[in-house]
Structure formats: structure tokens, C-alpha cells
Ligand binder design. Structure first.
Ligand code: 5RP
Length: 222
């Protein structure tokens, strides 16, 4: 099996394992990405009844509807018990970098509705310190040049993601070269910069449960 096929198999295993965290009859928060696509397929095949799902992207909404799952507006839901989503990086405390698929703003909004974030990821996403993966930041376009200069002051090289317009009509900066040793403080600081819509650090909304797919099986971190 080549590397990509192996990684896909680990994603499939964590997607399957996540079914144990789906409460029958509930409204479920559903994230975005290739791991979540596999989770939606597993959910559809499982026959677990749901009252509906709240989706974090147009991509997942389409996949959920195609699977026959009712999609509810986030604005119509007061709380979710569980939100299931992938990550680009996750540290031992469950802090994550997200936004590789440009869905970070809606992901944070849906995660904020949920009591519990269940992260599904293959072991290649595990790091000791966040920052190896370029940090996605959704920005208002007119602020981008100033924000690029501000990240440079922190030692980060930010670049505009070419051709990317988010579901919210905004742009994404990808910031390389950061070592984010205090994710909570970093998230709070960057979130205040004018023109930042959402920073792709999920520290306040960290994973309460992480299902990590590795060669030896699915590891559960609480
Ligand atoms: C999308 C995300 C995804 O969760 C993240 O990019 C992981 O994706 P994948 O499951 O395809 O590896 O944050 O904005």
C-alpha cells in the first residue's frame, strides 16, 4: 500500500470509530475535509437515526444531503452535544490547527455550539508544538497586506492562498514559520487583529476527544 492509500485507510478507521460518539436521535455537528467525507459515508451506512446535522461547509452540506441526512441551519440550533471534525495538526492537549480546507470560520462557529469536539485524524497530524502546518487565517481582503506585515513581526511568512474565496466570501492567509507554544494566548491575540475573521488555532475550542489513526490501531486521547 502506498503512503496516501495507507493514510486514507487510517482516516477510514477513525471515521468508523467516530460512530461510537454519535447519539442516536440527536442533532450532530459535522466538520469538513477528506476525513469527514469518510465519516459522512460511514454515518450513512450505519443507519444511526439523527434528528439532523449542522454542517460547517457547503461541501459537507452537499455530502450530508446526498446521504439523506437533514441539514439544519446553525442559527436554528441552540446547542449540540457533539461536533465531529478533522484537523491539520493536533497537539497532546487537543489544541489544533484547522482550515486547510478553508472552512475554519464555520467550523469554529459550529464547534462553539457543541459541548464536545471529537477530532478524527490520522497520526501524521500529531505534533508536540503547533506550527509545522502553515496556519490558515481567514481575513477581510483589504486588511491582508497589513496582516502579512504583522505576522512578519512575529517571524511568520504569510501568503495569500491563491484562488481561494471562502464560503463567507473572504480570503485565506497561510502563515509559515511559526512555533505556537501557547496556543490559547496566540489565538486570543491574533483574533483581535483588525481584519482577521478567524484564526485557524482551535485552543478555546480544543478537542475533548481525539481519535488518532495509527498503524497499530485507533488511539483515543481524552
Ligand atoms: C478544513 C479543516 C479540515 O478538518 C482539515 O483540513 C483536515 O482535513 P483532512 O481530513 O482532509 O485531512 O480544517 O477547513
Amino acid at each position: 500500500m502506498d503512503k496516501t492509500a495507507h493514510q486514507n485507510e487510517l482516516k477510514r478507521q477513525v471515521a468508523q470509530a467516530a460512530l461510537a460518539y454519535v447519539e442516536p436521535g440527536s442533532v450532530l455537528g459535522v466538520g469538513t475535509g477528506s476525513t469527514v467525507d469518510l465519516f459522512i459515508a460511514a454515518l450513512a451506512a450505519s443507519g444511526i437515526p439523527l434528528a439532523g446535522a449542522v454542517s460547517s461547509s457547503e461541501r459537507s452540506t452537499q455530502a450530508l444531503r446526498a446521504a439523506g441526512i437533514t441539514v439544519l441551519e446553525a442559527a436554528a440550533v441552540e446547542r449540540l452535544s457533539t461536533y465531529i471534525d478533522g484537523a491539520d495538526e493536533i497537539d497532546p492537549k487537543g489544541h489544533m490547527i484547522k482550515g486547510g480546507g478553508a472552512a475554519l470560520t464555520r467550523e469554529k462557529i459550529v464547534a462553539d455550539l457543541a459541548d464536545r469536539f471529537v477530532c478524527i485524524a490520522d497520526a501524521s497530524k500529531c505534533v508536540e508544538v503547533l506550527g509545522r502546518f502553515p496556519l490558515p487565517v481567514e481575513v477581510i481582503p483589504m486588511a491582508a497586506p497589513k496582516l502579512i506585515r504583522r505576522f512578519a513581526e512575529l517571524g511568520g511568512q504569510a501568503s495569500l492562498r491563491a484562488g481561494c474565496v471562502t464560503d463567507n466570501g473572504q480570503h485565506i492567509l497561510d502563515v509559515r514559520g511559526l512555533a505556537i507554544t501557547d496556543p490559547l494566548a496566540f489565538e486570543a491575540e491574533i483574533s483581535q487583529w483588525p481584519g482577521v475573521v478567524t484564526v485557524g488555532i482551535f485552543a478555546r475550542h480544543r478537542a475533548r476527544v481525539a481519535l488518532i489513526g495509527a498503524a497499530e490501531g485507533v488511539r483515543t486521547l481524552n
